[in-house]
Structure formats: structure tokens, C-alpha cells
Ligand binder design. Structure first.
Ligand code: PLP
Length: 363
């Protein structure tokens, strides 16, 4: 197979072709460095320039205020499930509030309970994580260290479109699967984290955006690698950072800025792409059953079921025959999941839409 398929994988996921081409073009020699990005020291001026550029691009795209640090870490979002409560909860005498809108939020909570007192301020589990809390449904604790949300639940396909109101309590968000898909008011958050491999780069690098005052928390007794402050004070070079990943995140950010025209423009395209699929679901007389309540639908992961598991199986098989690949829902929930991140071209979504219409007609 030498042709690229339309890849609807939830992550690692499709990357923009211009970015892949630039990586390929510069693979033997990063311009000016005399060697490839894979071969140069993280302390040398060439890599430092790559790192500074990636940070500058992210700051421009997201309008990150000066009192926030941008860190490039390893360990994926799963490690952030632990680092957040280790740094912001452990020993604080406070309680961390967790808003559970899907499977990832629950996994984040499972790590937090090991570090201190936690409180579930809303739980979507009773209705199978198909919606978000309505205004007034949140039960925050009195002495809250932070409120943790998952902005887009990748498995269930439920996404916040605006931030919940949590007053002065720091809002901590797992943005793994919608980072860089739209503008984000960073100033409303205490901390944002996102592994790159869904929408912002390759596996191996995780971006953390953290407000200065939260960097002061975190006890020196923590393992050095797990203390945000160490990474901040060393400009993400406390140890060898994931150099290739940082480089690709920088290229993606440049692509978003120069070719797409920024995050507002990206968000518009993502909205249009998602509408193509949700319209088919809504016009299918119940043949396709969307998982998420309409007002909470994800623009990144479109999740739905067919009338039977047999039909789902043949849907997936026939889709693959048309080069519409990796559409199976997460193993924990089944069904179909079309992940249509930034780099999924509109043509791919249109091809899936056409197939969905044909499949329904035929069945
Ligand atoms: C993929 C994902 C994770 C896990 O990321 P890893 O990098 O595999 O640790 C966490 N949260 C969300 C919302 C995700 O989509």
C-alpha cells in the first residue's frame, strides 16, 4: 500500500501533508544545523532555536498571557493525571474537584485519589457520558484546590464549547484531543495539558501551559522529573526533552498560522466538517444513532451506532475497502468513531458522508 488512505484514527492521528513533507525534506539536514533534528544536542543553539520557535508559535496562536509558562514534557497525558494532583493537591489540605464527562476524566480522577482529597463535582456516568452538566449542576467543594475538566472526551465524543464557571478556583483542563482545534481563552485556566498525538504532533511530547502562581506549589520531596518547577526553571530542558516531537509541534503551529490563518479559521473549518457527518446522522431516521446529546457534540470525535453490531461490522469492513480507515469506536464502547482532527481534509469527511448515505440506502 503506497497510497495514503483517509485515516480516522483517534490518535496517533492524521498529520498535515505539508508538515510531513517539510519533515521529509529536512530529515537529513535541519537547515543550518549540519545534521538532522534527531541527531543534535538539546543544549546546542540549533535545537534551542527550534524549541523557542515552537513556544513562540504556540504563544501567538493561543494568545498565551505572559504570566503562563509553556512546557514540553514526556509521559503523555496519563502522566499529567498524576503530576497535576502531585503538584497542586498533595499536602495542600484542600480538595480537588473532578468533573466527569467521560472515560478520560474518570482515569484522571483515579490517579488524583492517590494524592489527596478529591470530590466528584458532577458525574455523567449514569447516562453513559452522553452530555455535559447544565448551568447550576456543579457541586464544587468549599476548599477546592482546582477543578479538573476534560474539554473533549475522545472516547464518548462529548465536548465543552465554553468553560464551566468555577469562580476563582483554578480550572485545570485536559485538552488532549482538541488542543489547537479552536481558540482557547487561556487566562480562564490555571493549567492546560495536552499530549500532542491527537491534534498537535507526534506521540512523545505533551504540552503543559501553567500559570506562574501554580508553579510555586509542588513540594521539593517529589521526584525531580515530576515537579513542574524544575521543567519551568530549565526551559523544558531539565532532562533531554522529546526533541523531535517539539520540532513537529512547532511545524504544526506554523502550518496553522500560515496556511490555515490561525485558530479561529481552523475552528470554522472543523465546525463545517463535523456538520457534514452530524447532518447525515440527524437525517437518517434513526439508522445512525449519535452518542452525544446534540448541544454537547464533539467537533473532533463523531461517535455513533448502527441498528445492530452486525451492521456495524459490515459498515467498518466496507468503509475500509474504500480507504476510509480506523473508524471503529474505542474498545470500551464499541460502535463507530470518526476522528476528524485539524489535519483530516474536508475531502475525507465528504467521502465518509457519501459512504454513510449509501450504506444506509443499501441497508
Ligand atoms: C489520548 C488521551 C489521553 C491519554 O494520552 P496519553 O498520551 O496516551 O497518555 C488522555 N486524555 C484524553 C482526553 C485523551 O484523548
Amino acid at each position: 500500500m503506497s497510497e495514503r488512505v483517509f485515516n480516522f484514527s483517534a490518535g496517533p492521528a492524521v498529520l498535515p501533508i505539508p508538515v510531513l513533507e517539510e519533515i521529509q525534506r529536512d530529515m537529513l539536514v535541519l537547515p543550518g544545523a549540519g545534521a538532522s533534528i534527531l541527531e543534535i544536542s538539546h543544549r546546542g543553539k540549533d535545537f534551542v532555536a527550534v524549541l523557542e520557535d515552537a513556544e513562540r508559535q504556540l504563544r501567538d496562536l493561543l494568545a498565551i498571557p505572559n504570566n503562563y509558562k509553556v512546557l514540553f514534557l514526556q509521559g503523555g497525558s496519563r502522566l499529567q493525571f498524576s503530576m497535576v494532583p502531585m503538584n497542586l493537591l498533595r499536602g495542600s489540605g484542600k480538595t480537588a474537584d473532578y468533573l466527569l464527562t467521560g472515560s478520560w476524566g474518570k482515569k484522571a480522577l483515579d490517579e488524583a485519589v492517590k494524592e489527596g482529597a478529591t470530590h466528584v463535582c458532577w458525574d455523567g456516568k449514569p447516562h453513559n457520558y452522553d452530555r455535559l452538566p447544565a448551568a447550576g449542576e456543579l457541586q464544587l467543594s468549599d476548599n477546592s484546590a482546582y477543578v479538573h475538566i476534560t474539554s473533549n472526551e475522545t472516547i464518548e465524543g462529548v465536548q465543552f464549547s465554553t468553560e464551566p464557571d468555577v469562580g476563582d478556583t483554578p480550572l485545570v483542563a485536559d485538552l488532549s484531543s482538541d488542543f489547537l482545534s479552536r481558540p482557547v481563552p487561556v487566562e480562564r485556566y490555571g493549567l492546560i495539558y495536552a499530549c500532542a498525538q491527537k491534534n498537535a504532533g507526534p506521540a512523545g511530547v505533551t504540552v503543559v501551559i501553567i500559570r506562574d502562581d501554580l508553579l510555586a506549589l509542588g513540594d521539593k520531596s517529589l521526584p525531580g522529573m515530576l515537579l513542574y518547577r524544575n521543567h519551568s526553571e530549565n526551559d523544558s530542558c531539565y532532562n533531554t526533552p522529546p526533541t523531535f516531537g517539539v520540532y513537529v509541534v512547532g511545524l504544526i503551529a506554523k502550518w496553522l498560522q500560515e496556511e490555515i490563518g490561525g485558530l479561529a479559521s481552523m475552528a470554522e473549518r472543523n465546525q463545517e466538517k463535523a456538520a457534514l457527518l452530524y447532518d447525515v446522522i440527524d437525517d437518517s431516521d434513526g439508522f445512525y444513532q449519535g452518542h452525544a446529546a446534540r448541544e454537547c457534540r464533539s467537533l473532533m470525535n463523531v461517535t455513533f451506532r448502527l441498528p445492530s453490531e452486525d451492521l456495524e461490522k459490515s459498515f467498518l469492513q466496507q468503509a475500509t475497502e474504500r480507504d476510509l480507515c480506523s473508524l471503529a469506536g474505542h474498545r470500551s464502547v464499541g460502535g463507530i468513531r470518526a476522528s476528524i482532527y485539524n489535519a483530516m481534509p474536508r475531502a475525507g469527511v465528504e467521502a465518509l458522508r457519501d459512504f454513510m448515505q449509501e450504506f444506509r440506502q443499501a441497508n
